[in-house]
Design a protein around this ligand. Sequence first.
Ligand SMILES: [Zn+2]
Length: 456
Amino acid sequence: MDVDAHAEELASTLGIDKAEVKADLENLLEYSVPIDEAKQSVRRKHGGGSGGSSPSPTTVDLAEITTDHGNVTVTVRVLTVGTRTIRYQGEDITIREGELADGTGRISYTAWQDFGFEPGDSLTIGNAGVREWEGEPELNLGDATTVAIADDDVTVDATIGGDRDLIDLDPGDRGRNIEVRVLKVDSKTISGRDGETPILEGVVGDETARLPFTDWDPRSTVEAGADLRIEDVYVREFRGVPSINLTAFSTVTPLPDPVPVNENAPRLSIADAIDTGGMFDVEVVGTVLDLREGSGFIERCPDCGRVLQSGQCRSHGDVEGEDDLRVRAILDDGTATTTVVLNADLTADVYGGGLEDAREAAREAMDKSVVAESIADELVGRAFRVRGNLSVDDYGANLDAETFTAADDDPAETARSVLSTIRSRAATDGGRERATGGARIGAEDSDRGEDTEANR
Ligand SMILES: [Zn+2]
């Protein structure tokens, strides 16, 4: 929508001259006032309800709220409260965010100060701003907002509180609580906005799933094998899968009993796995059709780990390469194909020898490609069971293998199982449109399998 269209719309709701509204809007926009605020300001100026000092905002049901509302008063139940620090105009601000609900629906909110409410509280929130967030209306609770305990409890048809199983976490979730076992954890130092910052990265699991996590405020209780209740985490999308984030506001409490963890990854057809937009831990079974370029005995850039092409790094140019082994195989199960990436260890397994053996073979043949050829002889035309982390981008799917084993399944049984998976998925197809789109990471070019691996 351009300024003209906004002016048109405002003028018609306010019943005044469009040219005047447009002039006011343009004036505000010149001072870099966001369009929504500018519209509210113009509304107030012309007495079009909501927001100002005198006219009180209308009381509305959540289901009625649209992004055209200026300010509203609502009576709601607090579902979740997440705490986070964000940098806003150069300053760190602690915000609360989560979801509110009433009998008609639910809405997310951001509170720019601590109003002290908690999940389960029934509140009347006065003069909350409505803004658009990812296409949906969201409530903004700021200086002008009043928060009071409601006269009666608000009845809602929604889960109160942030407790969730891992399988139910989605990117964008705030204020979630999980009970998990730490399966893997590594200390890392990253260059953040405040310079070198230590963080923890790893994997947690429960009975429903495994997911990667990042602890931005490393604590010693987050160690491999620990069974923990972690409160107030947020979830974002990282390489196509939900990733759990712990902040300084998250609380970590050791649990007295072990958390049961499902040892198996969900087994899906390749097409269904790709359809999810990315899965952290999945198992597929298919036939290797061919090896991709850059398989076998390869050289990596010592600076960034990218695979060299004709001795050149895409970022660092002419460098002295470091030898490595890896495989990029095309796996097909009749529903779709994915590139399976085997790291050095898995490649050594299928090659039947390590880097020294590869060097030796290449020297003898005076040709590095003999290594890839020998691996292709082992893999092409045979069926394999692959478990790992599937990421999907515009260029296709990459399955970073954790395990890679010959499939001893009866091929007919495999086909039946794949078919039944497809049928059961098709039956539940309606609920599948998850927020797996949006910002994908690292989709620079078709060679991103290398970047993925380089980052390890
Ligand atoms: Zn490089």
